[in-house]
Structures are given as C-alpha cells and as structure tokens.
Design a protein around this ligand. Structure first.
Ligand SMILES: Nc1ncnc2c1ncn2[C@@H]1O[C@H](COP(=O)(O)OP(=O)(O)OP(=O)(O)O)[C@@H](O)[C@H]1O
Ligand SMILES: [Mg+2]
Length: 254
C-alpha cells in the first residue's frame, strides 16, 4: 500500500546550522509511527517542515505517492495533514467549540452557525469516545491537561484529516491522563488515520506505536517495526544513532 506521507532526502538549515540531513520518513494509514530522538535531534523541525511552517531546503515530499509542494500550514491542511504542536495548542479564554473552529470558520466556504459548530464539535468528541468533558461550552482554561490535549486532538481530526502529528502530547500529563491520551492516539490509527507521535517516553512509544523512526543529530538513524526491537535498542539508537546492525554507519542508515 502506498504510504500516505513519504519524505526523502530532506535537508533543512537555519542560517549556517544544518539541522536535518538527508532525512527519510514513511508514514502509513492505520498506523502509529513514533518519532523519537534526543533533545535537539530535529523532531519538531521535521514536523514543522511537514506542516509547512518551515520551508525545506531540498528533498522530496510525497503525499499519497504524489510529489506535493507544502509552503504553508494552509497547504498542509488542504492535504489533510494536521499537527498538534507542543506549545501553541489552544486559547484559554475561548470555549471548546470556539477553539476547535478557531481560524477555520470560513474554510469550507459556507457560514457555519453556532448550532452547526456545536453539533460538529460534540460529534467529533463523541466519535473519539471522549467522555470526561462536561460541557463543550466550557472555557479551555477550566480543563485539565489531559482534557486540553483531547480537545487539541479532536480539533485536529475535525477536518477529515488523513495524517495527525502530535508533538509530545503526554509530556505534561499524569499517569491516568497519559493513558487516556494514548488510548485516543491508538483509536485514531484504528479508525484509519496515519498518526505520528513524538515522544521521549519509551513506555508510551512501545504501548501505542506500530513503527519507530529514530532521529539522531538530524539524521534518520533507523525506521523499524516496534515489534522487531527492544526498549534498549531504541534507547541506543536515540543516544548513539546505532544499535547492532541497526542505525547509522558514517551518517548513512543501514
Ligand atoms: N527556528 C530555529 N532557528 C534556529 N535553530 C533552530 C530553530 N528551530 C530549531 N533549531 C535548532 O534545531 C535543532 C533541532 O531542534 P528541534 O526543536 O527540532 O529538536 P527536537 O528534536 O524537537 O528536540 P526536543 O526533544 O527538545 O523538543 C536544535 O539544535 C535547535 O536549536
Ligand atoms: Mg521538539
């Protein structure tokens, strides 16, 4: 099956500093792909390139097998790629419905009234089996960290998305909330979406991912099936770019 998203030979520099070197990434529908790597390895930069926030310097960007040009978040959204960023996720002073439709009110070329937006928001949350949110007219400031992540993820899937990328969605969460968000991540993939999960937590990675892509100093060290590797192999790939036969030799993946 053709991967939904495929990157080949991606280079990205900020001024004189090259952050991504010849990076390849394959993302498939119905799977959770964990993107791992140490602090500064280039994970967020890579997903910002996918999301059209940073232009790539060179390389191929294929969507459903066809080369595409993604120059803005709007281009990415038009393809069905949604990214939940670590920091700039939601507006505290707006309610759940307002957050989910923020900036998208005109996207479909029709005027969406409050009733329609409320209904769509409620339907999306229900389809994700989100049950802990009391009212969708509640201000986001009154939600727990886990509920906020849930709303951010629901916002991402509201638009017939095909690829949802989550940058460390569980970093600030407790045990129970992390479990809820991971369940939601798994459900998205089981519904047929391609999910990319950035995480530093090996337990989370092994709990939900089908494949693991490990970045090391801006290079893709390896992409493996989760069932083919152990925790310690992945930790080695993250910390040294290599583990046994896997990983980089002179900067080139095995
Ligand atoms: N806008 C920018 N301008 C210049 N350098 C940047 C910029 N964004 C990121 N970098 C650099 O690129 C490198 C990779 O950063 P990035 O944020 O992609 O890492 P990361 O893998 O997401 O790390 P973390 O796990 O800490 O979130 C870092 O050395 C960082 O300083
Ligand atoms: Mg990051």
């Amino acid at each position: 099956m053709t991967p939904v998203l495929e990157l080949r030979g991606i280079d990205k520099s900020f001024g004189p500093v090259q952050v991504l070197h010849d990076v390849a990434l394959t993302v498939r529908a119905g799977e959770v792909t964990a993107l791992v790597g140490d602090n500064g390895a280039g994970k967020s930069t890579l997903v910002k390139c996918v999301g059209g926030i940073h232009p790539i310097d060179s390389g191929e960007y294929l969507f459903e097998g066809k080369p595409v040009q993604v120059h803005s978040p709007r281009d990415a959204a038009a393809l069905g790629i949604e990214i939940v960023y670590q920091d700039l996720a939601l507006c505290d002073n707006l309610d759940i419905v307002q957050n989910m439709f923020l900036g998208r009110e005109n996207k479909r070329g029709i005027v969406l009234d409050e009733d329609t937006m409320e209904e769509m928001a409620a339907r999306t949350l229900a389809s994700l089996s989100v049950k802990t949110v009391k009212s969708i007219r509640q201000h986001v400031s009154s939600l727990s960290g886990g509920q906020r992540q849930t709303v951010a993820i629901a916002k991402a899937v509201l638009w017939n998305s095909k690829v949802v990328i989550l940058d460390e969605p569980t970093a600030a969460l407790g045990v129970a909330q992390t479990a809820q968000v991971l369940e939601l991540v798994r459900r998205l993939a089981d519904q047929g979406l391609a999910v990319v999960l950035i995480s530093h937590n090996m337990n989370d990675v092994f709990a939900v991912s089908d494949r693991i892509a490990a970045l090391y100093l801006g290079r893709m060290a390896a992409q493996v099936k989760t069932s083919d590797v152990t925790h310690s192999q992945v930790v080695e790939l993250i910390t040294s770019g290599r583990s046994g036969d896997l990983g980089l030799t002179n900067g080139v993946p095995a």
